[in-house]
Structure formats: C-alpha cells, structure tokens
Ligand binder design. Sequence first.
Ligand SMILES: [Zn+2]
Ligand SMILES: [Zn+2]
Length: 256
Amino acid sequence: MLSRWLAAMRWLLEWSEEACLHCGRTLVRARERRVGLCVGCLGRIAWVRPPTCARCGKPLRLTGVTCCADCRARPVPFVSSHGAAVYDGLWRELVWRFKFDRRRELARPLGVAMAEVAWRAGLPSRVHALVPVPVSAERLARRGFNQARDLAMVIAGETGVPLLEALVRTRRGRGAGPQSLRTARQRRRALRGAFVAWQPEVVRGLTLAVVDDVYTTGATMDEATRALLRAGAKEVFGLVAAVGVTDVDLASGGTE
Ligand SMILES: [Zn+2]
Ligand SMILES: [Zn+2]
C-alpha cells in the first residue's frame, strides 16, 4: 500500500515537474505537455495558416493566387512543401537554440508541430519514408548532430512514417554558411549537386518527404528533391519547421 502510494507521489512529482522548454513555466494541459511549450509561448508563435502557397507552403500575401511569386517565377521539383510556423519571433529563436546552442530537446516542439502539419496535409498516408537533409561532415563534427535527423525522428514517432537516411552530401563546405549572407541565386549555385542518394535502389518508386528545419529560398529543398528524383523516387514532398515570408510578394504587392 505504502509503495503504491510512493509510486503515485513520484509519478505526481515527475508529472508536475515538466516545464516549458522555453520559459520554464510548469506545463499542465495535455497539449502543452505533448509539445513541451506552455500556452503562453505557444500563443506567441505565428503558425502557418491558410491561405498558403500550393507549392512552397509559405503564407500568401495576395488573394486570388494559388502560388507565391517565387513559385510562379520558378517551378519547384517537389509536389508541395509544408511548414509549421513562420520563421520569426519565438519560433525563430527556438530553431536557433536547437541548432546553435545544441538544445536537442527542442526537436520535440518543432517536430511535434511538423507532425501536425504533416497530418493536416495528409502526408502520413501518402509518404513511405521521411528523408532528413544531410549536413556536411565538418558541420556534423562541429555541431555533434544533424538537426534535420532529430526532427525526422520526432515526426516518425508521431506519425509512424519511418526515417530513411537516403541522402548524403557530395561536397564539403560549399553551400554551407549563413543563408542570410547569400542571395537566392548564389545559394542555388552553391548547392547544385550537393546531395546524392547513396543507395538509389532503396528510394526507387517511393513517395518521400524531405525533412529540414527552415525553408527560405527553397534551394536546399529543391536540391534534395532533385537528388531523390534522379535516384528514381516517384514523388517528393517537403516538411519544415519554419518558412520564411515571401518578400517578393510584399515588394510586388498588387501586381497580380
Ligand atoms: Zn513557456
Ligand atoms: Zn511558393
């Protein structure tokens, strides 16, 4: 009787100890605990809501269009990409801390939100496997983990879609460096041919979802998709934690 009481107390203690991964506030509600963030922090995140670009998944700034200006100007090789929240404010900070402060536990809020997006887009029933974007060997050595793989692990746990590390980086260094320091065209050029499916026979005929942390110019998603299609994948979707806003649409607002 006493041991059962002690076990119950320990359970209660552990349960009540769970804290928001951002602000440390005690998590009470089921959703808070599943995501690992308190309602206050969840309320500060700019979740991606319709209308969104049918291709890249960024929020649309204009009405009456199905695609953003970027995707109208340049066809993408993937079917569609889906992001959980806008790369801004608290969400941007969480992505940053996850990657650069090596706070790997933050894969949970990011990954759970990505899994929710995947469910809404109907991906778990269509996709055979989740393919994380690989990082270069030197970045892996420096950071100690591949952030996309950590995210894919969480999504796999939430959706039951298996993880498949199908891609490898072909060149070291090129394409690395902060995205903000490169123009879209420079980034595209630097990343050309950066990935290859190391066992083409494994991905042949499969429908896959490429998993990455952030979608800004789309250069990484494009290249990862092309590598999988070259290896014989049937079709490819994208799944990211955060999407950048479409500056082009803001700049050209009202032209279409
Ligand atoms: Zn919080
Ligand atoms: Zn788009």
